[in-house]
Design a protein around this ligand. Structure first.
Ligand SMILES: Nc1ncnc2c1ncn2[C@@H]1O[C@H](COP(=O)(O)OP(=O)(O)O)[C@@H](O)[C@H]1O
Ligand SMILES: [Mg+2]
Length: 227
């Protein structure tokens, strides 16, 4: 097929996309392959992690179909440090770097803060510019939905954004420490999230320490061996 853009133009576009995506440095470039299903202590948790990883792999394989249906994924578990952000961002990285979609990562608190910032007189963007950018991005990753304060302003903002994303079948990926049904938001908003996402249960186990310990052990060996 005739390719309208030279390589340097494409590289520049990808660089802009990466910058716009704003994936936290801790997670940049991490893939789903390196999502570890053996770092959980109990077999039940390893199994949940394995299932989640398999579902993400199948989601990627069939992305065209899910995209047409406008279906994202809602990763949830009560326990912090169990890999929700890790798996959501790994999926985002594939959609950004391999499938070539525009991706934006933000916590729900960041989202609301970015809108609030536009109320400042010296703001660079207007409220509607920010809302439009968030509403129109191909893939939006909202980390930690449910921790924001619930006010009528918050509800109105979130409802407006997710209602439009649902209508235009845009993919939204969420992480949360509670099930959709238990979110402290009004039913209209919850039913939009329900319609837009396949819920995926993550383990209830904090693996942050176990992973840090493993990393340090490997580094200790390297230090001892002088490599
Ligand atoms: N299954 C996993 N494989 C590899 N790293 C993981 C896994 N689960 C969690 N981590 C790492 O542990 C830390 C906490 O995970 P995170 O995804 O931030 O937890 P949560 O979002 O559930 O609070 C991060 O540094 C993350 O990269
Ligand atoms: Mg998280």
């Amino acid at each position: 097929m005739y390719d309208a853009f030279c390589k340097c133009h494409k590289d520049a576009m990808q660089k802009n996309r990466l910058k716009f995506a704003d994936i936290p440095t801790e997670f940049t470039g991490l893939t789903i392959n390196s999502f570890d299903v053996n770092c959980y202590e109990s077999d039940a948790n390893s199994l949940l992690a394995r299932k989640a990883k398999q579902m993400v792999a199948n989601y990627i394989l069939n992305f065209d179909d899910f995209e047409q249906k406008g279906k994202g994924i809602y990763f949830y578990s009560e326990t912090r440090g169990s890999g929700k952000t890790r798996i959501a961002v790994s999926l985002g990285n594939v959609l950004l770097n391999t499938i070539g979609r525009q991706v934006k990562f933000m916590t729900s608190i960041d989202l609301l803060q970015e809108i609030k910032n536009t109320y400042n007189k010296e703001a660079e963007y207007t409220e509607s510019q920010i809302i439009n950018a968030i509403t129109n991005v191909d893939v939006l990753i909202i980390d930690d939905i449910g921790v924001e304060n619930r006010t009528s302003w918050v509800n109105e903002m979130l409802f407006g954004i997710f209602d439009n994303r649902m209508k235009y079948k845009k993919i939204t990926i969420f992480t949360s420490n509670c099930e959709i049904e238990n979110l402290d938001h009004d039913e209209r908003l919850k039913s939009r999230i329900f319609k837009m996402c396949i819920p995926v249960k993550m383990p209830d186990e904090d693996v942050r320490k176990a992973i840090a310990r493993k990393e340090n052990e490997e580094l200790q060996i390297r230090l001892m061996e002088g490599k």
